[in-house]
Design a protein around this ligand. Sequence first.
Ligand SMILES: Cc1cc2nc3c(=O)[nH]c(=O)nc-3n(C[C@H](O)[C@H](O)[C@H](O)COP(=O)(O)O)c2cc1C
Length: 178
Amino acid sequence: MTQILVAYGTTEGHTGTIAAFVADVLREQGHEVTVADVEALETIPDTCAAVILAGSVHVGKHDAQVVDFAAANLEALTSRASAFVSVSLALVGDTAEAQKYVQDFETASGWSPEQVSLVAGALLYTQYGFAKRQLMRGIAASKRGALSTDTGQDHVYTDWDAVRRFAEDFAAQVAAAA
Ligand SMILES: Cc1cc2nc3c(=O)[nH]c(=O)nc-3n(C[C@H](O)[C@H](O)[C@H](O)COP(=O)(O)O)c2cc1C
């Protein structure tokens, strides 16, 4: 059994949901898992043999706390099995843009993860305040049908089967290396 840390940053909560889902899959595969918001975590504990770091994109950039966490823990990230999960809505129809966010994250943090998983996020209209709901509706409208403009409900674009496959592959690599 290997101890794995799933660290995440979130603004509206969806990356926390993804982190919890990844953790459940890793546990199903027999690993011991700690899930933690980077806000409450300064360092990567020595007891963790592998780390998954997840962060979402807002206004063209990954969560600054996730960037700072990666920059502050470069040595720990590069000396263990590790992966970065990038959550964005660009992935719905514009993979090149989603990849560009990761390149910018690598430049900003100094961390070039060996493994990157691009994950589509969510439009949580019912949970946004008025201004954010209008902003996101406008952005969705400009995407020519890729994103819903129905603000009466939330829209989750995450491909949970793909996230499960990523977590299962990571679990298998960690088990093989143990
Ligand atoms: C105010 C706001 C700005 C956003 N800006 C971007 C963006 O520039 N590019 C993008 O791909 N997704 C953008 N998103 C989509 C988020 O990445 C997506 O909603 C994600 O699920 C948020 O994760 P979180 O709930 O963990 O914060 C934005 C979302 C909000 C609410």
